[in-house]
Write a protein that binds this ligand. Sequence first.
Ligand code: PA5
Length: 333
Amino acid sequence: MVGLVVRTPDFLREGWELGLRLGSPLPPPRHLLVLGMGGSGIGGDLLRGLLYDRVGFPVTVVKDYSLPAWVGPQDAVFACSYSGNTEETLSAYEAAGRAGARCVAVTSGGQLADRARADGIPWVRIPPGLPPRAALGYLLGPMLGALHRWGWMEGLEEELGEAEAVLRSLSARWGPEVPTLDNPAKQLARALVGRLPVVYAASRLSEAAALRWKTQLNENSKVYATWNVFPELNHNETVGWALAGQPEGLLEVVVLRDPEDPPRLVRRVEITRQVALGATGFHEVWAHGRGRLTRVLSLVLFGDLVSVYLAYLNEVDPTPVAAIDELKRRLET
Ligand code: PA5
């Protein structure tokens, strides 16, 4: 798993190249939907965060069997499933077809590839044989490449180039060969042993990264974890700290920070720390790079590595996800 995590920049570049093959410029949609569950859905969350205030159409991520009633022929859909066999995504894909939306599938094969072929819709074939969550670059990259090729968003090519270079250098700095003394990802993993990680995004940019941290801690480290985002958490979760903080040593807060977090949110993080979090373990992890794509993916990379190092410290294999496999098996019968 760790070998795959440090290859994220390669997978992102290869995924981007695959997306570039998706035709020529197209008029933007009324609405863009990304369908996908778990490791195949997080690319949609990241895309939504990146596009939020940069494109003239809304982005909706669907992690369910059905679609909103408003979906129609002017909308575009990315249907993402690494295996191609995830029933929620297949069902939503069928619904998108019935609604007449313009679909593109991103998958390594399975039923989604079969259906895309039968329906005559474009699909991106990504390499098989990886755990879906380790294929993030292959799932996000094609969507970015396609958006660039279709002319739906400016500046993506430069952002992709920066992300690739910065992630490569960060992979070397935080990678498995670097000893704990010099490796902040290994140090944070140590601090999380035996604790319940609570991951907070300081602002919208890092929201999808915080969700990714939580799911990677679940699947790789096999631990329970929670996540939330400022400022919303100040309107509910902060109150819960009155009791939650009391069992000393139970919770460990990690706040994902971005140098461009708006000052109002920076103030909130600081005041929340003073009034609510008390003696709870508290860590800040900072984004690296200039462009938004790099900044958010640097947070993702750090979290992915922490989750794998924590797995080793917990003496569990980060790769298998027996509970997910068992659920899928039982649902099939
Ligand atoms: O990480 C995982 O294995 C899961 O979260 C899967 O991504 C999820 O179950 C969906 O499967 P797929 O990615 O094959 O569509």
